[in-house]
Design a binder for this molecule. Structure first.
Ligand SMILES: [Zn+2]
Length: 261
């Protein structure tokens, strides 16, 4: 998926392709200026926005794969957030904690069933209750498998319902995590800083935040008022479908380029 960047030298719009690292080394095709764009966003957010864009453009089946991947990457985000939060509480060195976490994740990286096991334990330890969201019904697993593994052609309404379910789950867990998510964002900032240190003199660094579905809702939506009190956050006033529709409308960008600031 492409997103627009602006050349810092000649102000021309230059499309860039989202990189896995969210670090983009670019050269303006017009004036040949080199610059680096760092996108402050998590992988699950990029994937969810990709799914949303596919859905809005009429690619319902393709959207399902992106929403499903977004949920898997969100579960990884949750585990990382919890592990780094614990390490911070125990005053462990951040780099040591991060490298132990990476080493641990390697054991589960290629098997999503193992990752679900990690999420189950992380949720139990953090919230003190069993993860009610890991049932096939709550995850929409049957629908996902029918589409992804058995080639079913879903109707748009079905995909919207699945997207709303994934959106509602991620939104709920993000709300429960609250400030707990900050440690993962810090890890991204450190990765950006490490890359920035290797950037040659004269290459401009640009940091961007793309609002995306979850940020729009977290920072501007009806949930914004409960930010900072994650442990006792009230039940969202909207159901998942309404919340998803609200965030979709709020996003405002439609199928076009993502909004930037
Ligand atoms: Zn240029």
């Amino acid at each position: 998926m492409n997103f627009p960047t602006t050349c810092p030298e000649c102000a021309r719009e230059v499309p860039a392709e989202f990189a896995d690292s969210l670090i983009h080394d670019l050269t303006c095709p017009a004036c040949k200026a080199r610059y680096v764009v760092f996108v402050r966003k998590q992988k699950f957010e990029v994937l969810f926005d990709l799914g949303t864009r596919a859905l809005l453009e009429g690619y319902a089946r393709e959207a399902v794969a992106s929403f499903a991947a977004a949920l898997e990457r969100f579960f990884e985000f949750y585990v990382r957030a919890y592990a780094l939060e614990r390490a911070a509480d125990a005053a462990l060195d951040f780099e040591d904690a991060l490298s132990a976490l990476d080493g641990t994740w390697r054991h589960v990286a290629s098997q999503s069933e193992r990752q679900l096991g990690m999420v189950a334990l992380a949720y139990l330890l953090r919230e003190g209750r069993s993860p009610d969201f890991l049932t096939p019904g709550a995850l929409g697993s049957d629908f996902r498998n029918r589409v992804i593994h058995r080639g079913a052609l879903p109707r748009r309404e079905e995909v919207e319902a699945y997207a709303a379910r994934v959106f509602g789950l991620i939104d709920r867990l993000l709300t429960e995590l609250g400030p707990g998510a900050a440690q993962v964002e810090l890890a991204q900032e450190r990765a950006f800083a490490a890359h920035l240190a290797t950037v040659p003199e004269g290459v401009v660094a640009v940091f961007e935040e793309h609002p995306g579905m979850f940020r729009a809702r977290r920072f501007a939506g009806p949930e914004a008022a409960v930010k900072g009190t994650p442990d006792k956050a009230p039940t969202p006033p909207l159901n998942d479908a309404q919340a998803f529709a609200w965030a979709l409308a709020e996003r405002g960008a439609g199928p076009g380029p993502l909004k930037r600031r």
